[in-house]
Design a binder for this molecule. Sequence first.
Ligand SMILES: [Zn+2]
Length: 317
Amino acid sequence: MLTIGVDVGGTSVRASVVDPHGEILETRRVPTPKSGPELNAAIAATVRALSDRYPVAGVGLAVAGFVSEDRRVVRFAPHLAWRQVAVADELAEQLGLPVVLEHDANAAAIAEQRFGAATGARVAALVAIGTGIGAALVIDGQVFRGAHGVAPELGHLRVVPGGRQCSCGKRGCLERYCSGTALAATAGEMLRDSSEPSALRELAELTGVDVARAAEAGDPLARRAVDDLACWLGEGLALVADVYDPEVVVISGGVSSSAHLYLDAAREHYAATMTGAGHRPLAEVVVAHHGDPAAMIGAATLAREHALATPKAPSGG
Ligand SMILES: [Zn+2]
């Protein structure tokens, strides 16, 4: 059975035909339109371009935003036009195919738990480190969403009372210390607070990628900024372990491409920080297998599992 997974991102809509082994057969991409109706139309057109050529049984959408508990409605997506829109039902009607909706981090976690770095794990967590932190939890093969569909918001756990301002309205959230944005902020503070020479002083505007590159090249200040991120990641992993006790934590997102710079230090800090350190098994901490297409693969997998679990409706209606 083939299904289509769609990653609805702030800059582009990507759709892939995915087989039961999580392999992508073909991908289409279009820029993300600004208005809600245009967005629905763009998704429908992209899906049709694929479903005209492959026999597909359903569609899964991965969305960076709040999805309702029944996964039919997008409540709020900061980078998309949808506000309280019944996206799954609207698209199902337009396409004549079953449509399921999932938060993008949850979809990525499903891809990793079914066919990736956490294959077969009973309790698996995904920590996506990019501009901020996205997180997901899979328990007994199912995504854990909490009572209202918003868990787990790992990135917004406050780790520094009165700390750096976060876009969520709070201060001191974990993602202000452990993300690409945080890496640039930490290095920026280090540059301001010292006169230590660093290649980063040449740059007018600092990004996380700049800091990672400089660290890779051996710049001592950049290295310390990366070590700081490693420490905060270890702190975050210890929080995850204390609340959920996972077998495996998968690190994904843009910053995971530099994982070789910080993962060992993060593991060490995690092992030393967790409650009962030294007296309980540690979760394996691994880098994601699927990278960028993970959300599409996971969404397509959820669509397939949904299609298999749902009795076939009479066609033509
Ligand atoms: Zn926050």
